[in-house]
Design a protein around this ligand. Structure first.
Ligand code: 5GP
Length: 192
């Protein structure tokens, strides 16, 4: 059993609306051993795809994205949720993302300086639910004229349609853990 799966079973808490709380090792306090394992799996799957940049969204995707970028020897870029006062409108790519956990829609952005048509981008995020965060990041790559080579997810809630939406766009999705159900407060994995 992967260490991530073990930690989910030991410490994950199921909240209403199918939200899994993993604050003790991924979303607030971060266990470096979990991140190290996740990074190795992403590298094994995506490592040979001539990736030039790893892209995530702040904040929980940053830790795994940074480690995999380090291993690949490329920069890690994170989409910002807050508008930096130092960035002019014409200098950024913007997309709108609906937050599953906060139930609000907001703009996320990256500076045009850091993403170009030459980039082959690996997108990383902590969770995949309805796919809005990942689709927003794919959109930012498209706006730059770059190529999304894949999406790497730490915890996929496979009973929600995020993977379906991404695959319909031709995106290769690889998840470390795939959850089949959170019914009755119990975590059940796919392929258990
Ligand atoms: P999506 O955009 O795919 O609907 O949701 C993914 C985003 O929402 C992730 O970036 C993550 O921050 C958050 N999220 C979605 N589901 C969960 C969940 O069950 N637990 C936690 N902690 N975050 C979630």
């Amino acid at each position: 059993m992967s260490y991530l799966r073990e930690m989910i079973l030991k410490h994950g808490q199921v909240f209403p609306n199918n939200v899994l709380k993993v604050d003790s090792f991924l979303n607030h306090q971060i266990d470096p051993i979990v991140i190290e394992e996740i990074e190795k799996e992403f590298y094994k799957y995506f490592g040979d795809r001539s990736i030039t940049k790893v892209l995530t969204i702040e904040s929980s995707g940053i830790a795994p994205a940074l480690l995999v970028a380090h291993h690949l020897g490329v920069p890690m870029l994170f989409a910002k949720k807050a508008e930096p006062s130092t960035l002019a409108k014409e200098d950024k790519y913007v997309t709108s993302v609906h937050s599953y956990t906060k139930n609000v829609t907001s703009n996320v952005l990256i500076s045009k300086e850091y993403l170009s048509a030459n980039d082959k981008v690996l997108i990383i995020d902590d969770f995949l639910a309805n796919g809005q965060a990942a689709l927003g990041l794919v959109d930012l790559v498209e706006q730059a004229g770059g190529e999304t080579v894949g999406v790497g997810i730490c915890i996929e809630k496979s009973f929600q349609p995020g993977r379906q939406y991404l695959e319909a766009k031709g995106v290769d999705v690889f998840s470390i853990c795939r959850i089949q159900s959170l019914e009755n407060g119990k975590v059940t994995f796919l392929n258990e």
